[in-house]
Design a protein around this ligand. Structure first.
Ligand code: GTP
Ligand code: MG
Length: 555
């Protein structure tokens, strides 16, 4: 989140904000019939579930039956699951919110002779000594839901056993995507933090955004949160000609940024001092996008809390919408993100690397450039928007359609395998030095400013989302695309090895698995350490084949 390069850098000071969104009036019914929910509906549902849920630290010796019997005294349970993160935890969702109140009524606040506890009754609880252990039914023997992805070596083995590249792509997506449980846990953490923030702002909400909800999140990704004060600030409400308005209580600051900073400062302090399980709280208020960063230990999430970040929420909605339009969108994004991480094209450390956000926009742009296009341009989505979709944030038009049924897709039948190969070829030969990627128009355009990689911000169109990327990182990306395109064209890579077993009993990597192995490309990573004669020969061949292909296309 610290890496945001444009919107947050240029966040205007004191500009008027107009958000004319009547989200509640949106019609989601027909989408739900098709199994597609708008992000708004998903948020409402998940938030409501989270409000009825508690997070309980358990002993591994806890007996599950007794655990359930104990909790159902407070009411019916809708869903529960266990997971491990510095101990075993359970997420328990009651059918009614009263059950949570009833449960909290009876909880004891621990006290010690040397320490005193802050008497804050949160929904993060600890359950101890439920009685004797029935060894056949201990939690330790119970299925804990995984909250992290399998290591890359495991993934490579799993993929190598698949029969086709299409299956490998689906298998990768399945292994990496957020699970139902992980998504619930993310909303629950937001809800627990909201309980703290409401001490200051009783009607606020805390919403997840970014990859936690945009459909492209990988298990273990960070939790980006937005402290939403819009329902209180009355941005959508016109000042009445008569009647009451807040005056006497209002404190004013000389910019919106200053207000955001002061709000995050107090909430950050509160999280630090009273937030159960929140550790390593850092207030990063002078960043381009002010934020509070901390680790939420019971969930294992690295959290970034921001406020007044409505454009980021809009980008999240847009990415979500694109991901829902065609299953190939999500699987290609997952595959490319995983490939990029395996080769160090992206990194968890901020720097001159390509970010996951930029990479996702690159995939979307590529899919718009297919013939026929797999996804529509953003301008087209704007043209389909109804009055309730209208959204203008700090003078930027962020309007696009939310009703899936209004979007007609063209019938492109390319397979995931074809698209992956074409993706690498597309960017192996893209004229980055002259052109900018523009998903609003679905066309490349002359670069408006000098930057190695120029990707127009979809909503703040004068900005470049990949402003941070330097020339050498772009070169590595291009070289890796060339290598991967070439690898996919080789029959020994692109055909299954019939379950052949290599060293140490592992299946021989093939197809997508080969693309995730350390790169052989000269000049990429550990330049000095690796012997690279065979690679330079291979890459020479690859460049030749790409050149020839390009010439064929042009002629
Ligand atoms: P992960 O790497 O899985 O965390 O992906 P992410 O999509 O969550 O990225 P990140 O945590 O860096 O940012 C969260 C959200 O902020 C993104 O999904 C975008 O909506 C937005 N965002 C991030 N970086 C940029 C940027 O450079 N420009 C703009 N306009 N928005 C950004
Ligand atoms: Mg994120």
């Amino acid at each position: 989140c610290l890496q945001k390069t444009d919107a947050f850098l240029h966040r205007s000071i004191g500009t008027d904000v107009v958000v004319a969104q009547a989200e509640a009036t949106r019609s989601d019914e027909s989408d739900e019939k098709n199994g597609r929910k708008s992000l708004h509906t998903l948020h409402v549902e998940r938030q409501e579930q989270a409000e009825r849920s508690v997070l309980i630290s358990c002993q591994t010796s806890t007996n599950e039956k007794k655990f359930l019997k104990y909790l159902t005294k407070h009411g019916e349970i809708n869903k529960y699951f266990f997971y491990e993160s510095y101990g075993v935890y359970a997420v328990v969702e009651f059918a009614n919110q009263e059950s949570v109140a009833s449960l909290l009524e009876g909880v004891a606040i621990p006290g010690g002779s040397h320490e005193s506890a802050v008497p804050f009754k949160s929904r993060l609880l600890s359950l101890r000594n439920l009685g004797s252990v029935d060894s056949s039914n201990q939690l330790s023997g119970w299925q804990c839901q995984p909250q992290t992805t399998i290591p890359i070596n495991e993934l490579i083995k799993r993929l190598s056993r698949e029969e086709s590249i299409n299956k490998q792509i689906s298998s990768l997506t399945e292994a990496y995507q957020l699970t139902e449980e992980n998504s619930r846990l993310r909303f629950l953490v937001c809800s627990l933090l909201k309980d703290i923030a409401t001490a200051y702002f009783p009607e606020c909400t805390i919403k997840p955004f970014g990859s936690s909800v945009n459909g492209f999140g990988k298990l273990g990704c960070d939790l980006d949160m937005l402290l939403d004060l819009d329902s209180i600030s009355g941005r959508n409400v016109k000042l009445p000609k008569s009647g009451l308005s807040l005056e006497y209580q209002m404190k004013r600051a000389n910019s919106e940024r200053a207000v955001t900073q002061s709000i995050l400062s107090v909430i950050g302090k509160c999280i630090d001092q009273f937030g159960p399980g929140c550790v390593g709280v850092q207030k990063i208020l002078n960043a381009r996008c002010p934020l509070v960063r901390f680790a939420h230990q019971p969930s294992g999430f690295q959290c970034d809390l921001t406020a007044n970040n409505r454009v980021a929420m809009k980008s999240t909605e847009l990415l979500y919408l694109y991901g829902e339009l065609d299953p190939r969108v999500r699987s290609l994004v997952f595959t490319v993100r995983c490939w990029a991480r395996a080769h160090g094209v992206t990194s968890s450390i901020p720097g001159a690397w390509i970010t996951n956000f930029s990479l996702t926009v690159m995939v979307l742009f590529f899919l718009q450039k297919r013939s026929p296009p797999i996804i529509p341009t953003l301008d087209h989505l704007r043209d389909l928007a109804g009055p309730a979709d209208k959204s203008v944030i700090e003078g930027n038009d962020c309007t696009f359609v939310s009703d899936f049924n209004k979007i007609q897709l063209q019938s492109n039948t390319e397979t995931q395998e074809q698209l992956l190969g074409e993706f690498f070829e597309f960017y192996a030969t893209f004229p980055f030095s002259r052109m900018s990627l523009n998903i609003r128009k679905g066309k490349e355009q002359n670069k408006p400013e000098v930057a190695p990689l120029h990707i127009q911000n979809p909503f703040e169109t004068s900005l470049n989302v990949s402003k941070n990327v330097n020339a050498s990182q772009l070169d590595r990306f291009v070289a890796l695309c060339q290598e991967s395109a070439w690898l996919l064209q080789q029959s020994e890579t692109s055909t299954p090895r019939g379950g052949g077993v290599g060293d140490e009993g592992a299946p021989t990597p093939w197809g997508l698995a080969t693309l995730l192995l350390p790169s052989q490309v000269a000049g990429i990573k550990s330049r000095k350490k690796r012997r690279r004669e065979p690679a330079s020969e291979r890459i020479k061949g690859l460049l030749e084949s790409l050149k020839n292909k390009n010439q064929l296309k042009k002629s």
